[in-house]
Design a protein around this ligand. Structure first.
Ligand SMILES: [Zn+2]
Length: 340
């Protein structure tokens, strides 16, 4: 009955118990005799005569010492042929504990994501920029940043989305954001920034993981907007007296295609015109009937956005929340540049 994951008297079981110390089997047995709750989740004990395994604190009668064996995890006891006790439910307890640990990690990832998101974006003559990141339930991989280059002659906007969700995606988004900040200063144009990021990321990303990113460059006291996209949904250009249009030029998502190159496009904007960057958390938000809002939603709402960059971003956020009121399943991010 004993598998090699069970513990024998000669091989003390290293259990990170209350206090984190390594504990010998005799100590585990003392915890079982004392029904010590602080050991719940750190190990289970199994009883050979009944075929059942329990938490240390189980109220059931104690077995004979020579019939008890110890396992780290419920799965180890089950592999050795034991069944979970119905009174103390050691398996449910371990699952709840895993969930608490995961929730704690996600909360930490979310806090890091919030801190990395700029609360104030730098300004440049002739332009105003505002952004918003509404994190999802599970923490996604969105980020945005705005980098002022030189004494104030260039502003580089980046808004990206890493594939997947959870701590891994948040970690990669944080790393991509750091690389973006560095390369936005070093590289001369949006397409060059994307090519350098692509190169940098491909060496450091596990297979199958990728990121999409939109980079937009503004110049002080200039009407010119230059944009390049790495597999990212196209920014929306909103101009007074004209229909909305999409700004699209670029290449594949980052870290996906070896030797990828990126195109870029430039346009001139009139005063009061704006460029809207967003992630698919916006266009794939679902209305109450489960339909995605889609890009048509942006085309419809975009022209009604007015006022400061901040007011436009807030109006868009409200429009999304009104149509897709449930908590976001994916991060929702927008970044808007308005020409003054
Ligand atoms: Zn039990």
């Amino acid at each position: 009955m004993l598998s090699d994951t069970a513990l024998s008297e000669n091989a003390p079981f290293a259990v990170a118990g209350a206090g984190g110390a390594h504990r010998a089997e005799s100590e585990l047995w003392r915890a079982v005799l004392a029904r010590d709750r602080s050991f719940d989740g750190h190990f289970v004990f199994a009883v050979r005569s009944t075929g059942i395994y329990c938490r240390p604190s189980c109220p059931a009668k104690r077995p004979r010492r020579d019939r008890a064996s110890f396992y780290r995890r419920p799965a180890d006891a089950e592999r050795a042929g034991f069944r979970a006790c119905l009174r103390c439910e050691p398996r449910l307890f371990a699952e709840a504990q895993d969930k608490r640990r995961l929730d704690g990690e996600l909360a930490l990832a979310r806090a890091v994501q919030e801190r990395l998101t700029p609360t104030r974006v730098p300004a440049i003559a002739g332009w105003e920029v505002a952004g918003l990141l509404e994190p999802s339930r599970e923490v996604g991989g969105d980020f945005f940043d705005v980098v002022k280059v030189g004494p104030g002659d260039r502003l580089v906007l980046g808004l990206g989305d890493v594939s997947g969700k959870g701590v891994g995606a948040a970690l990669l988004a944080a790393s991509l954001q750091a690389a973006f900040r560095l390369l936005a200063e070093r590289e001369s144009s949006p397409a060059h920034i994307l090519a350098a990021l692509d190169h940098d990321l491909r060496d450091r990303t596990p297979p199958g993981v990728y990121a999409t990113l939109a980079v937009v460059e503004l110049r002080a006291a200039s009407s010119r907007v230059c944009a390049s996209l790495a597999g990212h949904p196209p920014p929306l250009v909103l101009e007074p007296g004209r229909g909305p249009r999409w700004l699209g030029a670029g290449g594949p998502p980052l870290a996906l295609v070896p030797g990828a190159t990126f195109g870029e496009c430039s346009i001139d904007l009139e005063p009061e015109a704006s460029v809207l960057l967003y992630t698919d958390g916006i266009t794939e938000a679902e209305d109450v009937r489960g339909r995605e809002l889609g890009r048509r939603f942006l085309r419809r709402v975009g022209p009604s956005l007015a006022g400061s960059a901040g007011a436009r971003v807030e109006a868009l956020r409200r429009a999304v929340s009104r149509l897709a009121p449930s908590a976001p399943a994916d991060d929702r991010s927008v970044l808007l540049a308005r020409r003054l």
